[in-house]
Design a protein around this ligand. Structure first.
Ligand code: FES
Length: 174
């Protein structure tokens, strides 16, 4: 994958090949905000839903559409755990590693899931099984700190997840 062009791009150097209906939807979303840049998170969600991840061309396109620099888009993409720059598997398991969850056993949870799926328990970044079915990722706070440890399976949030419950969630996806 080529790197993000950090220079200002008024016209993206590579057209990310978006359908006209999605472009219209994004442009409509932007009108809901007093400044175009304020729609950035919503625009990035729409692009990620379409492409499966946020590629450099997609980020450059978003920057041009929002009237901001590509580096500002990259800052958002690298700050928020829900954004990713490579595709995830069909079932994306995100385990919170922030303090409340770490104290409640999220490292054991992450390690068990990784071992069960043949992934490296020491790697904290996005890892995907060879068949593309599962991805595991250790992420920062998932905003349910009162009921740790917290794990998300795609868009569904699971709270107070025991090792047994994690296995059951995995088996439900298999
Ligand atoms: S610390 Fe885990 S959800 Fe916030």
């Amino acid at each position: 994958m080529r790197p993000l062009n950090l220079m200002a791009v008024e016209t993206p150097s590579v057209n990310p090949d978006l359908p006209a209906a999605l472009v219209a939807e994004i442009d409509e979303v932007i009108t809901h905000y007093p400044q175009k840049r304020s729609a950035a998170v919503m625009v990035l969600h729409a692009l990620q839903d379409h492409f499966g991840c946020l590629t450099p061309p997609a980020m450059e396109w978003a920057a041009a559409r929002l009237g901001i620099e590509p580096i500002q888009v990259l800052e958002l993409v690298t700050f928020y755990p829900m954004f990713r720059q490579e595709p995830a598997g069909r079932f994306h398991l995100r385990i919170c590693r922030t303090l409340s969850c770490a104290l409640a056993g999220s490292h054991a949870l992450h390690g068990q899931l990784c071992r069960n799926l043949g992934l490296d328990p020491e790697a904290h970044g996005l890892q995907t099984t060879e068949d593309g079915r599962f991805s595991v990722e250790f992420v920062e706070c998932l905003a349910a700190c009162g009921t740790p440890p917290v794990m998300m399976c795609n868009d569904r949030c699971h709270e107070a997840v025991t090792l047994e419950r994690a296995e059951a969630i995995l088996n439900e996806c298999r």
